[in-house]
Design a protein around this ligand. Structure first.
Ligand SMILES: [Zn+2]
Length: 332
């Protein structure tokens, strides 16, 4: 079964086109209706194709803003190759400001490679996997922590196991010029967008550029500048007139012990800050129960050494929520 998603745009036409993908969605108020997903195509010359997506999670905003500005401002005459730009890939989730789709409850970044006959989220994943990835030489899916997490901004690479592909992805990540590069050496879930793009041997980057359901000025600046450098690295744009950015700090996440999970319901009092280097056994935070003031706080400790790159944003926690995760210096 092929995709039912359609567009009036032509992926092979030179110039700048901005329009929509149409995902047929027949509901009570609109029998022959569509979910529309904004799409931009900017093409010229014979260079490579770069696919850029944001809004895979709808409550992560730096990438959505960066890709919106890119589409608005880019001069197609400056492009050698092709950009395929989707600022709010899971459009129903992005319109609702939610991580997951309010239509089917699904998480697009746990839906790959997708299903053309599944719900809207699965159908979007399938379109990316079966139509967009085969056109792409390089791909970046831009994230942040969303409503529940805060991230120290970084560009990321997910290890694919293919040494040549991983080396090309690291070169692209270094060219991106973020101050921090995180390598996901531990990401067992095969349903991520970058897991599927790795399977299709596409040079792939991710990145987390803020969080808390807000917009980080610093994260947005890093991603905007990084996209320009990435396009120059790929030969799609002319090199930037700048001195090279300082080398990034390179860190990696290699196992479950990098994460701290809540072992009680209550209110999370963090005891370490983003960017802080911590030691195994050091306090990560307390969980208090204001409903039972005399009950001792549940103290949560880091399980290993590392740098705090991600922390829970809301004060309320339930048992099982992720309170924090660390990254360790890259082993090379
Ligand atoms: Zn995300």
């Amino acid at each position: 079964m092929s995709t039912q998603i359609w567009t009036r745009l032509d992926y092979d036409r030179p110039g700048k086109q901005v329009g929509h993908l149409h995902l047929p969605h027949s509901v009570h108020r609109s029998a022959y209706g569509n979910i529309v997903i904004p799409l931009g195509i900017v093409a010229g010359g014979k260079g490579p194709t770069l696919l850029l997506t944001a809004g895979t999670h709808g409550d992560e905003y730096e990438g959505q803003i960066a890709l919106t500005k890119l589409l608005r401002n880019i001069d197609p005459k400056s492009v050698n190759g092709r950009l395929i730009v989707i600022p709010m890939l899971n459009a129903p989730a992005a319109r609702a400001g939610m991580r997951t789709s309010p239509i089917d409850g699904a998480n697009l970044n746990r839906a790959f490679p997708g299903d053309p006959l599944g719900g809207p989220t699965a159908a979007i994943a399938h379109y990316v996997s079966s139509v967009l990835f085969p056109m792409a030489d390089a791909y970046q899916d831009i994230h942040a922590g969303g409503s529940s997490l805060d991230y120290l901004p970084f560009v990321s690479v997910r290890q694919s196991g293919d040494a040549d592909l991983d080396a090309r992805a690291m070169a692209a990540a270094r060219a991106f010029g973020a101050p921090l590069i995180q390598v996901w050496g531990y990401s067992p879930d095969p349903r991520l967008s970058t897991a599927e793009s790795n399977r299709q041997k596409i040079v792939s980057l991710g990145g987390e550029f803020g969080g808390g359901g807000a917009v980080s000025r610093r994260g947005l600046a890093i991603v905007e500048r990084g996209l320009e450098r990435l396009m120059a690295h790929l030969g799609i744009m002319a090199p930037l007139d700048e001195s090279p950015p300082p080398p990034a700090l390179e860190v990696e996440v290699q196992g479950r012990d990098h994460y701290v999970y809540a072992e009680a319901d209550g209110l999370f009092e963090p005891l370490a800050d983003l960017g802080e280097s911590v030691l195994a056994g050091q306090p990560c935070g307390n969980v208090h129960d204001p409903d039972d003031p005399l009950r001792p706080a549940a103290l949560h400790l880091f399980r290993r050494d590392g740098m705090l790159v991600c922390r829970r944003h809301p004060g309320q926690v339930r048992r099982g929520d992720c309170l924090a995760h660390l990254a360790a210096p890259r082993r090379g």
